[in-house]
Design a protein around this ligand. Structure first.
Ligand SMILES: [Zn+2]
Length: 209
């Protein structure tokens, strides 16, 4: 499987309505965790962040909020930020704008019902979004992509390589993607703690989106 850890600098210029990173002049980074909440991994992530008093942003799947409401509430109670990641983790390129927006709206209702909030931030699953979908979402959401992909989902990649590359590409203002889901559980459990220690060592502050 081929994927890019680091977004080439041209990409943000093309998709300028999407947010790929934050201020490059301040030593802050933005940890993000996609696809949860999932027991056994989201709680692990919360514990590791808590030990270091760090904050992160969780782009949640509505159906997982429904299945694990207490864990979803624990994320918010921990002072972390939450974003919409659709109800069923749908692919933008496979759905009409109408169907896609309906799935986003269902996730938003799930947030409202379980946690009592309506997130103002969104991340498209698989990074897939058509122009039409983008235009419809922009009035309601800030859309966050990333500039550092940990590649935690890549089974061909060892934990050592995942850690080394994620460290290498992290810089001021980076938006870093990990996943708190079943498939990435093992590698995240291996990589997250040393990566967070690295952020402390390098004097990066963690902030929420
Ligand atoms: Zn996802």
């Amino acid at each position: 499987m081929v994927f890019i850890h680091h977004i080439p600098s041209l990409v943000p210029k093309i998709f300028s309505k999407l947010i790929w990173h934050k201020d490059r002049d301040k030593p802050k980074v933005y940890l993000t965790f996609d696809d949860g909440p999932v027991p056994g991994i989201t709680d692990f992530v919360l514990d590791e962040l808590g030990k270091r008093e760090m904050r992160a942003t969780f782009f949640m799947v509505g159906d997982n909020i429904r299945k694990h409401p207490d864990l979803a509430r624990r994320v918010v109670e921990g002072g972390h930020s939450v974003g919409n990641h659709t109800q069923h983790h749908v692919k933008g390129f496979s759905l009409s704008s109408q169907d896609y927006l309906q799935d986003v709206a269902r996730c938003q209702s799930q947030f409202q019902e379980i946690i009592g909030i309506s997130p103002g931030i969104f991340r498209p699953p698989y990074g897939q979004l058509t122009n039409g979908q983008l235009k419809s979402l922009l009035p309601d959401f800030q859309i966050y992509m990333w500039d550092v992909l940990s590649g935690d989902f890549d089974k061909q990649q060892s934990a050592e390589v995942c850690l080394a590359k994620t460290k290498k590409y992290t810089q001021n203002g980076s938006i870093i993607v990990f996943h708190d889901q079943q498939k990435t559980k093992e590698i995240v459990q291996e990589v997250l703690s040393p990566f967070l220690d690295y952020l402390v060592l390098m004097e990066f502050e963690t902030a929420i989106l």
